[in-house]
Write a protein of this length. Structure first.
Lengths: 530, 297
C-alpha cells in the first residue's frame, strides 16, 4: 500500500497557516513530545535487540521508527498521518501473523521441537546428569544476589570460584575464608541454614557448569554445604554433531529430522525446530488417522455454517413477517423480549445451555423430559442437533432485527399495487417482498456464514468439540469445526503441535478466501467504491 | 350515531375468532417465542439465587431467594472473580476507545483526502477483514512469545500485549462502517472551516468527530462487546488467573467444577451480563443501524 505518498489535493500552505498561531505552537509541542516518547521507546528496543543480535527484528523496528518520524515531521503526507498508527497494528498483528502462520506450517514447531539446536544440546546434557562416582567433595556456600542463587565453591586444592545456573564457575580472589572454606564474597548475601532449608528445592535443582563446555559436567549439592561433580551420560561431539550415550555406547546423530536419532530410529527429546517443507500438509492429507477427521470436520464446518444461517434466517424472517402488522398491539414488548438472547454475552449463553442440556442433571432432561437420560451433548448426532438449536436461540434475534428493518423499508405502494392486480398475500410475499428483501439481506447472510464458519465460542463452550473421536490421530471430536480443531491441536493436551495446527490454519485461510471471493461477487462491494 | 359505533366495537371485541384470525395468532407466536428467548435467562437468574449450588438443585426454578452465591463469588481464592471483572472492563474499554480513534482517523483520510493507493487501501481493508485474527492464533502466540524475550512488559501474559493484538483488527470492518458514515457529512462543512483558517487536525477533532458521534458510539460498543466475548486469543495470551478476563476465567471455572458450583457460576454470569445487556438495550436503536450496515455478533 502506498500510503506514504503525498497528498495531491492538499497544499502545504494551509498547514503553515495554523503553525503560526498560538494553538499551532501548542499542537506542535504536543506532537514533538509524543514523537519523543515513541522514539525513546524505539531506541530502548533497538538497544535490547542489538544486544541479542536479532537483525531482522532490529531492521523492522528501525524501519517503523523512521517511517513514523518522517511522516509526522514532514509538512506533506497528510493522509499518512491519519493512517500510519492503525496500519502499523494492522501490518504486525493481522498481515504479518498470516505470513508467520504460513511459515510455521512448514516447520516442526511444537512440544519437543520449540528451540534451537544449541538449546536442545544444553537441555539434553542438563537433564541426563549423574553423579560421578569418585568425585571429590567441593566446599560449598550458597550465596544470593538480586534473587539469584549462586554457588561459592572451594575446590579440594583450595581455589575459590563462583557460578550460577547461567554462568559457569569463574575464579574469585576476594572471598572471606573460614576454616579453609570460602564463606562469603562482597556483593552477595550468604544464606544461613534456615534460608537454605526454605529454598531447598531450588537449590537442589541448581546445576552450575564447571566450564563453558557442557561435557565437563556441573556441580550440584545434595545438602547445601558440599558439592559434587555431576556429568551427563550423554557426550556431545560438536565436530561430528553426534550425541553418544556413555553408558550404552549408542550414537545418536542429527539425521535432519530435528532431533538426535539413533540407528534404530529412537529419538532423544527435546529436539529442535527445523523447516520440514510440506511434511505437515503431507500428514494432514496422507495420514489416514488425520485425513479422515480433517475431512469430516471440514464437512461439518460447512454444514454447521450453512444450517446456522438457514435456520436463524428462516425463523427471523418468519417472525419479522408475523410482527410486521400495524394492527397488532404490544409489538415493542415482544421485540424487546426477543432481542434479549442477542444482548446476553454469547460465551455465557453457550455455558448456560451446556448446563441446561447436561445429561444427568440438566433442566431439559430432568424437568422437560421428566428425568430422561438423553445424551444431548455426548451423542455424536444429538450434539450436532443441540448445537444448531442453541445457535438458533443465539442467532434468530439478529435475523429478526435485520429482516424487520428490510421489510419496513419496502414501500407500501408496491404491496397495494400488487393487491389491486389481484395478487394473493403469498404471491405478494414471494414475488415482491422476498426479492427486494434478499437484495439488502444477502450480504448479511454471507457475512453471517463467514462468522459461523469460525464460531469457535459456541462449539468449544457447548460441547468442547466432543464427543471425542478416539480413532483419530489428533485430539478432535464429532462437533469440532476447523478453528476449534486448530486450537485443540495447538494448545490443548500434552503434545502441542504448532506446525500441524498452522497447516490446518492455512487450509482454513484458503476456504475463507473462497467464501470471500463469492461474497465480493455477490455483494458487488467492489463497484460501490468511488 | 355514537351508540351505533359503540355497539359495533363491543360486538367486534367479543368476536374471538375474528380477533384470532387478524392478530391473535401473532400474539400466540409472540408468547411462544418470548418464552423460548427468555427462559434460559430466567433459568440462570434463578440458579444464581439458589446458593445450595448444584446443577440439579437449579432445576427448581425460583424456589429460593438468597444472594449467598453473589457474596461467595468474591471469596474464591482460586477464581479471582473481581480481578476478571476489572480486567474485562479495562481491556474492553481501552480496546474500544483505541479502535474508535484509529478507525476514525483512517476513515477521515479515506473519506476526505484523495491520494494514490486510496482505492487499493480500501480494497485491502475489505479483503483483510475477511480473515479474522483467530485463524492465526498459533502465530499470535508464538509472536507474543518472541516479544516476551525482548520486552516482557508487552509480551505473553500481559494485558497490553492482548490489547495490541486486538488493535490489529481496529481497521478493517470498523473503518468501512465509519467511512460510509463520514461520506454522509457534507464536505462543504470542511471547506467552510478551511476557509476560516482551520487546519486538518482542527477540522478532524473539533468538527468531524462531533458530527459522526453516533457511528463512533456504535463502533465503540460493538468493539467492546466483541472484546468481552473474545475467548480464543485471550485464553492463550493471559496465563495467570489474576490477569484473565471473564470469558477465560468463567470457562475454566465451569469446566473445573461444573455441576458442583453451578450457582456461583450463575451468579458470575448474571453480574457479567448485566452491564452489557443494559448498554445494549439502552443503545438498541444505534446498534441495530450498525448491524444492518454489515457486522455480526
Amino acid at each position: 500500500m502506498s500510503i506514504e505518498t503525498p497528498a495531491r489535493t492538499k497544499r502545504p500552505s494551509s498547514d503553515r497557516k495554523i503553525g503560526s498561531t498560538a494553538t499551532g505552537t501548542k499542537v506542535l509541542l504536543v506532537k514533538i513530545a509524543a514523537l519523543a516518547i515513541v522514539d525513546a521507546i524505539s531506541l530502548y528496543a533497538l538497544f535490547i535487540v542489538f544486544a541479542q543480535r536479532d537483525w531482522v527484528v532490529f531492521g523492522a523496528i528501525l524501519l517503523v521508527t523512521i517511517v513514523v518520524n518522517v511522516v509526522y515531521f514532514s509538512k506533506r503526507m497528510l493522509p499518512a498521518k491519519y493512517l500510519v498508527p492503525g496500519v502499523i497494528f494492522l501490518v504486525v498483528f493481522q498481515v504479518f501473523i498470516i505470513g508467520y502462520t504460513a511459515y510455521i506450517a512448514f516447520t516442526n514447531y511444537g512440544t519437543g521441537h520449540n528451540s534451537t539446536k544449541q538449546d536442545a544440546v544444553a537441555a539434553l546434557i542438563g537433564s541426563s546428569q549423574e553423579r560421578v562416582e569418585d568425585s571429590p567433595a567441593y566446599g560449598l556456600t550458597v550465596v544470593e544476589s538480586l534473587g539469584t542463587y549462586s554457588f561459592l565453591v572451594t575446590d579440594p586444592d583450595g581455589d575459590v570460584s563462583i557460578g550460577n545456573e547461567n554462568s559457569p564457575l569463574a575464579a574469585v580472589d576476594n572471598a572471606t575464608i573460614e576454616g579453609g572454606k570460602a564463606v562469603g564474597v562482597p556483593g552477595y548475601n550468604t544464606l544461613n541454614f534456615s534460608q537454605i532449608v526454605a529454598a531447598q528445592q531450588t537449590i537442589a535443582a541448581l546445576a552450575v557448569q564447571i566450564s563453558d563446555d557442557p561435557n565437563d559436567g556441573s556441580l550440584r549439592t545434595p545438602d547445601g554445604s558440599s558439592a559434587f561433580v555431576y556429568r551427563s551420560n550423554l557426550l556431545y561431539d560438536e565436530s561430528a554433531g553426534t550425541m553418544t550415550n556413555t553408558n550404552t555406547g549408542v550414537v545418536y546423530s542429527d539425521t535432519g529430522v530435528g532431533a538426535f536419532t539413533a540407528s534404530d530410529g529412537t529419538e532423544l527429546r527435546p529436539g529442535w525446530k527445523i523447516e520440514i517443507g510440506f511434511a505437515n500438509f503431507a500428514r494432514a492429507f496422507g495420514d489416514e488417522s488425520i485425513r479422515g477427521p480433517l475431512f469430516s470436520v471440514a464437512l461439518w464446518t460447512f454444514a454447521f455454517a450453512f444450517l446456522s444461517v438457514a435456520t436463524t434466517f428462516l425463523l427471523g424472517l418468519f417472525l419479522a413477517v408475523v410482527f410486521n402488522d400495524r394492527r397488532m398491539r404490544g409489538r415493542k414488548v415482544y421485540r424487546v423480549m426477543m432481542i434479549l438472547p442477542y444482548a446476553f454475552p454469547a460465551f455465557l449463553s453457550a455455558l448456560v445451555w451446556a448446563g441446561m442440556l447436561n445429561r444427568d442433571f440438566g433442566f431439559v432432561n430432568q424437568v422437560l423430559f421428566g428425568g430422561a437420560d438423553i445424551p444431548w451433548l455426548t451423542n455424536e448426532w444429538l450434539a450436532k442437533v443441540s448445537i444448531i438449536l442453541v445457535n438458533l436461540w443465539l442467532g434468530f434475534p439478529y435475523m429478526f432485527l435485520v429482516c424487520t428493518g428490510a421489510l419496513q423499508s419496502i414501500p407500501e405502494e408496491l404491496q397495494e399495487a400488487a393487491t389491486m392486480d389481484g395478487a394473493k398475500p403469498w404471491a405478494v410475499f414471494r414475488f415482491i417482498k422476498m426479492p427486494l428483501l434478499l437484495v439488502s439481506i444477502a450480504p448479511l447472510l454471507i457475512s453471517s456464514f463467514a462468522f459461523n464458519f469460525n464460531n469457535f465460542n459456541l462449539i468449544y463452550m457447548l460441547t468442547n468439540g466432543g464427543p471425542r473421536d478416539v480413532a483419530a490421530g489428533v485430539n478432535v471430536g464429532a462437533t469440532d469445526i476447523l478453528i476449534s480443531m486448530v486450537y485443540k491441536v495447538a494448545f490443548v493436551g500434552a503434545g502441542r503441535d504448532y506446525g500441524l495446527a498452522s497447516a490446518f490454519s492455512i487450509i482454513i485461510f484458503v476456504l475463507v478466501g473462497v467464501i470471500a471471493a463469492v461474497s465480493f461477487r455477490a455483494t458487488k462491494s467492489l463497484e460501490e467504491l468511488n | 350515531m355514537t351508540t351505533v359505533d359503540k355497539a359495533k366495537s363491543t360486538q367486534r371485541s367479543f368476536n374471538f375468532g375474528r380477533w384470532f384470525g387478524a392478530t391473535g395468532w401473532r400474539h400466540l407466536i409472540g408468547v411462544v417465542m418470548s418464552v423460548f428467548a427468555i427462559f434460559p435467562l430466567l433459568y440462570v437468574l434463578s440458579a444464581s439465587l439458589n446458593p445450595s449450588g448444584t446443577l440439579i438443585s437449579a432445576n427448581a426454578l425460583f424456589s429460593v431467594f438468597d444472594i449467598g452465591s453473589y457474596t461467595q463469588l468474591f471469596d474464591l481464592p482460586q477464581q479471582p472473580y473481581a480481578a476478571w471483572y476489572g480486567n474485562t472492563l479495562v481491556i474492553g474499554i481501552t480496546t474500544s476507545i483505541c479502535t474508535v480513534f484509529l478507525g476514525a482517523m483512517a476513515a477521515y483520510s479515506f473519506s476526505r483526502m484523495r491520494f494514490t493507493g486510496r482505492r487499493v487501501g480500501l480494497l485491502a481493508l475489505l479483503l483483510v477483514q475477511m480473515f479474522p485474527q483467530l485463524l492465526a492464533v498459533v502465530a499470535i502466540f508464538l509472536l507474543l512469545n518472541g516479544i516476551s524475550d525482548i520486552f516482557p512488559a508487552i509480551g505473553l501474559d500481559t494485558q497490553i500485549g492482548l490489547i495490541m493484538v486486538y488493535l490489529g483488527g481496529a481497521l478493517g470492518v470498523n473503518t468501512y462502517l465509519m467511512y460510509g458514515f463520514f461520506n454522509t457529512v457534507p464536505t462543504s462543512i470542511d471547506e467552510a472551516a478551511k476557509i476560516d483558517g482551520a487546519g486538518h487536525a482542527r477540522i478532524f477533532f473539533t468538527i468531524i468527530l462531533r458530527l459522526v458521534a453516533p457511528i463512533l458510539a456504535v463502533v465503540g460498543l460493538l468493539s467492546f462487546i466483541g472484546t468481552t466475548n473474545e475467548f480464543v486469543i485471550a485464553s492463550i495470551v493471559l496465563i495467570e488467573p489474576e490477569k484473565q478476563t471473564l470469558a477465560v476465567g468463567l470457562y475454566q471455572f465451569v469446566s473445573d467444577e461444573f455441576s458442583k458450583n453451578y450457582s456461583i457460576f450463575a451468579a458470575g454470569a448474571v453480574l457479567a451480563a448485566l452491564p452489557v445487556m443494559a448498554l445494549f438495550l439502552y443503545l438498541q436503536k444505534y446498534i441495530v443501524s450498525g448491524l444492518t450496515a454489515g457486522s455480526v455478533k
